[in-house]
Design a protein around this ligand. Structure first.
Ligand code: FES
Ligand SMILES: [Fe+2]
Length: 340
């Protein structure tokens, strides 16, 4: 089951053009996207009302319509059929359309009833649009239920072990000060480990000359959006507030994670990392290695869970944010069910 009443990322803005429709599966629904002549994006059910041909295999016209490739039924951007070959008037044939917004270089769809779409429910991306900031964007299609990716992002202990190969973490981070505050359908969580040797990747990118303070400041918004301020700074320089120059004792990033369930067993993982520094091939390789480690883990978990779904999982102290996230998602699902 998925929380429907939310904006989800369908794709990067530059994936949606005027020449070729884009097919995407979101929350188990087949969607087709195309860009209109005024530059805005239309999103429709990817299924012709006649014989269920995917409209994403069809053609966009200069009248902002989409023609089914099978027998030519033609739909406008609101999903209304405007032409049926061999029939004087198209009648009331209609397919579903989705509310669409573009923000921070991404196309977002409201997956619930259109009359419940509220723009202020979109995840805050303002840090990605700060003047002078740079971004690195990453995408992975993962063969795992989206909640396993949600778990991964809420569970920051994993950084100390899973990200050793990429140099993103070290076992020194196994113990940490932690603080969790639930806020409505989300939470703020802080995890800090002070005065440790820098994990290899952070040490190289920060050029720290002594032990560092390592932090994660995490904001979660249900059902599946995360913003993290994470980094290192030489000890005693202020941690997250350090004003050491980047690459001279400090290195930090603001990864934003946008999780769109595809099916019950697969997920679209969009990540946009905000940063003050100019991207380099080293930062690109580092960030890609980190995300690949996360995807590697959740895909193996998915395989194990599918093989033996009924074996219970043990809980440890660091699971607090993970359990909070699961509770928030369950609550959002329950509220939706009650108000349907
Ligand atoms: S299936 Fe689309 S027009 Fe026939
Ligand atoms: Fe991770």
């Amino acid at each position: 089951m998925f929380v429907k009443n939310s904006w989800y990322v369908a794709g990067w803005s530059d994936e949606v053009g005027q020449q070729k429709p884009l097919a995407r599966i979101m929350l188990g629904e087949h969607v087709v996207l195309f860009r209109k002549t005024d530059g805005s994006v239309a999103a429709l059910e990817d299924r012709c009302a006649h014989r269920r041909m995917p409209l994403s295999l069809g053609r966009i016209t200069d009248k902002d319509t989409l023609i089914c490739p099978y027998h030519g039924l033609t739909y406008n951007s609101s999903g209304k059929c405007v032409h049926v070959p061999g029939q004087d008037a198209p009648g009331e044939i209609r397919i579903r359309s989705y509310p669409v917004e573009e923000r921070a270089g991404m196309v977002w769809l409201w997956m619930g009833p259109p009359n419940k779409a509220e723009i202020d429910k979109m995840f805050d991306c303002s840090w990605l649009e700060r003047p002078g900031w740079h971004t690195t964007r990453l995408y992975r299609h993962a063969k795992a239920n989206y909640l396993l990716l949600n778990d991964n992002l809420a569970d920051l202990l994993h950084v100390a072990y899973l990200h050793i190969p990429s140099g993103g973490g070290s076992e020194d981070m196994g113990s940490a000060e932690m603080d969790l505050k639930i806020q409505g359908d989300g939470f703020h969580f802080e995890r800090k480990t002070n005065d440790i040797p820098a994990p290899a990747g952070y040490g190289r990118l920060s050029n720290a000359q002594q032990n560092i303070d390592r932090w994660h400041l995490l904001d979660y918004q249900g059902p599946s959006f995360y913003r993290v301020h994470t980094g290192v700074a030489e000890i005693g320089s202020g941690g997250p507030d350090s004003d050491l120059p980047v690459g001279f004792g400090r290195w930090d990033i603001l990864p934003h994670h946008f999780i769109t369930p595809e099916t019950e067993d697969t997920v679209h993982y969009f990540q946009v990392v905000g940063h003050e520094w100019v991207p380099t091939s080293d930062s690109w390789t580092f960030l890609n290695n980190v995300i690949d480690e996360d995807v590697w883990a959740i895909e193996h978990q998915q395989t194990a869970l599918c093989a033996e779904p009924d074996i219970p999982m043990q809980t440890i102290p660091s699971d607090g944010p993970l359990r909070a996230m699961r509770g928030i998602v369950e609550n959002m699902l329950a509220v939706e069910t009650q108000t349907q």
